[in-house]
Design a binder for this molecule. Sequence first.
Ligand SMILES: [Fe+2]
Length: 334
Amino acid sequence: MSFQEPIHDVAQLASVELFTPEFEESLWFFHDVLGMTATEDDGKSCYLRAFEDPYHHSLKLTRAPHAGIGIIGWRASSPQALDRRVAAIDASDNPGKWVENNTGYGRAYEFSTPSGQKQHLFWDVDYFKPTEEQKSKLLSRAQKRPLRGIPVRRIDHVNLLCKDVTRDSDFMMEKLGFRKRENVVLGGDELASWLSVSALVHEVAFTKDNAGPGNRLHHLAFWFGNSGQMLDLADITRDYGLKLEAGPGKHGVSQGYFMYIIEPGGNRIELFGDVGYLIFDPDWKTRTWDESNFMDGGAVWFGGDLPQDFFVYGTPIVEAAMEENAASEAEPAE
Ligand SMILES: [Fe+2]
């Protein structure tokens, strides 16, 4: 019996860059509402982290003309693991390059998914250094829990819109060691996949971009670890005029408690209440949802249906697709 030897060379999702055309309002959302801590602002980008994120930043918020996603940062499992992954990608028909002078982490290998989503893989990182005032008595906590908003504990996952879910998933599995935990196949077409390098169900997901050119953000997720906090945040979104797109509810896929908010810059942010389920089985087989069950428990286990926009909207925004979607929703049902 042949068994594919697993690759354990990528350790975790470390950071994601978001573009925002409404910088001050977006910063207010992440700093004041989600309680994140700003560590640096170089005039172009502000760097923030959740209170249990260990490094310099987990979110790079960049001033830009349009909303969208920039570079995704992954930490390798060791310096040797980084070299192994670089060799694997260099040997492919889509090689990357080394980039220096990064903020918050050292030398990084820059590469792209086949769809063109830019990513960095690195080992050297700058750890967050709390001030005396920020130090927690909990030795495992990077800083005290902030007294702002409903503070998130860590970055969780990123969901990307792409033109070819299978091609991008295969790249992440073959070159970086991700495992496909769940996917959705409708009409023989793979429309979504959830992949991880850890016991989590996903650190990255790919969703087919039916409304745009791909290389767009569907959502970036932060984790509370306590689904009850989502009710507090839902209450705040109403009072402060934020767009609560869906939830709180529970997905069938990943079993995660979810809530989706459109931050003021336009990017969709998911708040993840708990960890869903964890996977320790080394021989886990991809769970495939299809026509018979995806809309009957896969997309939403409980908590109300996802709006049609959820399947169309991403950043950068494709205005034509949103207008078409709004027109179709306005048509009387036959
Ligand atoms: Fe998600």
